[in-house]
Design a protein around this ligand. Structure first.
Ligand SMILES: Nc1ncnc2c1ncn2[C@@H]1O[C@H](COP(=O)(O)OP(=O)(O)O)[C@@H](O)[C@H]1O
Ligand SMILES: [Mg+2]
Length: 364
């Protein structure tokens, strides 16, 4: 049982850099929580405060309900895995994994049991006598995981552990980590800048920007109901399209206008928060929510020039130019489009997002 509460945690480094600003979220027992955000947004700082490697400037950190702000790292029962494996080069795989138990004076038969068990889980049994330099990057990262597992910590922390692996190994190790989490039934906090890792691995995602938490939600909720333009643009690939529009109300109908199109929105529940006095708003539409409208009598359809077609095999990513707006659409592989020609497209109105152009917060 291990539950972590982060309450208004703030980190101000010597020199005045405020790397984390009053961050709050909870990690439930056995939960896999991913902190995601661009480089430099304060993810490592937050993780290092949880680990006890960095002091807390303000706020509270609770593990199983107990405040641990001042508890030394070694007494927190937390294991951390880093991007650069940090293995001892002169020690064998076995001794690397046994190291933390040895310095804690565990009996050697207990150490043997734990190391062999971890090696079996990680498929490292046949490499136990090798030195790190005789291993691949993926195997080294597994040894680093093994070192954490043998300690049977309350909480596992991971700081971009897959960043040094090539694309194929990264995907493979990602799947192994998901299985490992299920097998160990442990509480895990995982840091990455990669939204795909966040979406595929997390029970719950914490999106961070400039040291501030933007949204905390399960992957699908984050995708469907982003709270602001940053989250909307950060989660999902290809990214959501944003178009600046003017909002007006004519004959009790809401109209969205740009130079090249006019969308008529039915006044239903979804749009009830759209205040026509706002005038300037940002429309967000995901590439998969754009369809070809040729031949369909659709008054919300618009013309756009096909600029680039990226063939993916099972689908195409199409760059469209609509007025001065570059838009990406995700269409069937056999979409009959020609580069340089204009075609008609339409947005799935039920899937449109709307953001305040000043605050960038969602209007839905
Ligand atoms: N020891 C430090 N002293 C001063 N500033 C730091 C220190 N470590 C990190 N920072 C700054 O804090 C911010 C967040 O860094 P970091 O937590 O490493 O971000 P991330 O892990 O998301 O890339 C950055 O602006 C970084 O330059
Ligand atoms: Mg970092």
């Amino acid at each position: 049982m291990a539950q972590v509460e982060i309450k208004s945690l703030t980190k101000i480094y010597d020199g005045g850099v405020c790397a984390v600003k009053s961050a709050s979220f909870e990690v439930a027992d056995k939960e896999f929580v991913v902190l995601v955000g661009p480089s430099g947004c304060g993810k490592s700082t937050l993780l290092r405060m949880i680990a006890g490697l960095e002091s807390i400037s303000n706020g509270d950190l609770l593990i199983d309900g107990k405040k641990v702000n001042e508890l030394p790292a070694k007494d927190r029962d937390i294991a951390m895995v880093f991007q650069n494996y940090a293995l001892y080069p002169h020690l064998t795989v076995y001794d690397n994994m046994a190291f933390s138990l040895k310095i804690r004076n565990y009996p050697s038969n207990e150490i043997k049991t734990r190391v062999e068990e971890a090696a079996k889980i990680l498929g490292l049994t046949e490499y136990l006598l090798r030195k790190p330099k005789a291993l691949s990057g993926g195997q080294r990262q597994r040894v680093a995981l093994g070192r954490a597992i043998v300690r049977r910590p309350k909480v596992f922390l991971f700081d971009e552990p897959l960043s040094n692996l090539d694309a194929k190994m990264r995907v493979q190790t990602r799947v192994e980590l998901i299985k490992l989490h299920r097998q160990l039934q442990a509480t895990m906090i995982y840091v990455t800048h990669d939204q795909v890792e966040a979406m595929t691995m997390a029970d719950k995602i914490v999106v961070v920007k400039n040291g501030e938490i933007q949204q905390v939600a399960p992957p699908l909720e984050l995708y469907k109901k982003p709270t602001n333009k940053f989250v909307a643009g950060f989660i999902g690939s290809p990214a959501m399209n944003f178009i600046n529009c003017k909002l007006s109300k004519e004959n009790n109908k809401l109209n969205l206008k740009t130079n090249s199109f006019s969308l008529e929105l039915k006044e239903n529940k979804t749009f009830s928060n759209l205040d026509s006095s706002l005038q300037e708003i940002v429309l967000g539409i995901r590439p998969e929510d754009i369809t070809i409208a040729n031949g369909i009598d659709n008054k919300n359809a618009f013309l756009a020039t096909v600029e680039i077609i990226e063939q993916m095999g099972n689908e195409v990513f199409v760059q469209l130019l609509m007025d001065s707006n570059e838009i990406t659409a995700r269409l069937p592989a056999d979409a009959n489009l020609k580069i340089g020609e204009k075609s008609k497209f339409s947005f799935n109105l039920d899937k449109c997002h709307f953001f305040d152009s000043m605050s960038e917060k969602t209007l839905l």
